[in-house]
Structures are given as structure tokens and as C-alpha cells.
Design a protein around this ligand. Structure first.
Ligand code: 5GP
Length: 145
């Protein structure tokens, strides 16, 4: 998939929004949703999406939903810091297959980083234990302000 294309309402994140696929939810408001990545690149890897915007990538996003999703990304990143006490936090976002994008519903990755620990493989590491993801989601959610 390139930078250009048509939004597919059957993409996995749209299914999560509609409740057709499970997710370990961290935060939800009227516009946005944050949930644990099932193939985490580090423990505590969270994804943030807009629930109704049909932008496949950052370049297609309108101003108002972009502001909403960025506000939630900051809110959740602060909660990740408080809950997990990482040395650093990477906020990442990919546009087009050649950049590493695999799901074509705009999303931001929040990835806690520890000094000296390499980043795990993107979208292709092992699947996390759902119980562990649920526990991490609970701990992060408890720090949302
Ligand atoms: P992208 O490669 O598009 O930047 O990121 C997509 C992310 O979605 C990857 O980090 C991948 O691990 C994650 N992912 C893929 N399928 C699922 C799923 O079914 N549930 C959740 N929670 N994350 C997923």
C-alpha cells in the first residue's frame, strides 16, 4: 500500500472501534481511543487513534481530528511515564508501506524505552499475553489525568 489509496472500513482498527475485535483499552473519549499494541515493540506499547476520522495516514488528516488524537497521545504518553517509569518515550507514526505502515487507519505509537534496551521488531514480534496487556492497560489508565 502506498501513500495513496482508499480508506478500508474493514481495517483492524476500525473493527476495534466498532467492538468487532477485542482490545486492551487504555483510554477512550468521544473522539479517540488508546489501546495496547498486541505485538509490542517494548512493554507498555500503546496505540492511539481517532475513532471516526477516515484518514489512512497523517497527510490525509483534517485539523480538528488531528488535534484530538494528538491531545490523547500526549495524555496517554504522560500516563505511560507515570505508570511504567521508562527512561524515555518514543512517539512514532508511519505513512506508507515503505515506511513500515501496516494498518491504514492513522495511528500514533507510544513506546516506552529503557536505556540500552534495543527496540523490538515492528508489527512482527511475538504476540503479547492478553492478561499482561490488560494489566498494563489498567496501570496506565490509572494514571490518566
Ligand atoms: P503500523 O505498522 O501501521 O505503524 O502499526 C500497526 C500496529 O498495529 C503494529 O504495531 C501492530 O503490532 C499492531 N497491530 C496489528 N494488529 C493488531 C491487532 O489486532 N490488535 C492490536 N491491538 N494491535 C495490532
Amino acid at each position: 500500500m502506498s501513500l495513496d489509496g482508499t480508506y478500508d472500513p474493514a481495517n483492524i482498527f476500525a473493527k476495534i472501534v466498532r467492538g468487532e475485535m477485542p482490545s486492551a483499552k487504555v483510554y477512550e473519549d468521544a473522539d479517540t481511543l488508546a489501546f495496547m499494541d498486541v505485538f509490542p515493540q517494548a512493554p507498555g506499547h500503546v496505540l492511539v487513534i481517532h475513532k471516526s476520522a477516515t484518514a489512512r495516514n497523517l497527510l490525509e488528516m483534517e485539523d480538528a481530528p488531528l488535534q484530538a488524537v494528538m491531545r490523547t497521545t500526549q495524555k496517554v504518553a504522560r500516563a505511560v511515564r507515570a505508570a511504567l517509569k521508562p527512561d524515555a518515550i518514543a512517539v512514532m507514526q508511519f505513512n506508507g508501506a515503505a515506511s513500515g505502515q501496516t494498518v491504514y487507519h492513522l495511528h500514533f505509537h507510544i513506546i516506552p524505552r529503557q536505556e540500552g534496551v534495543p527496540l523490538g521488531r515492528h508489527a512482527s514480534g511475538g504476540m503479547a499475553d492478553p492478561k499482561v496487556l490488560a494489566e498494563q492497560a489498567r496501570a496506565i489508565a490509572a494514571e490518566i489525568r
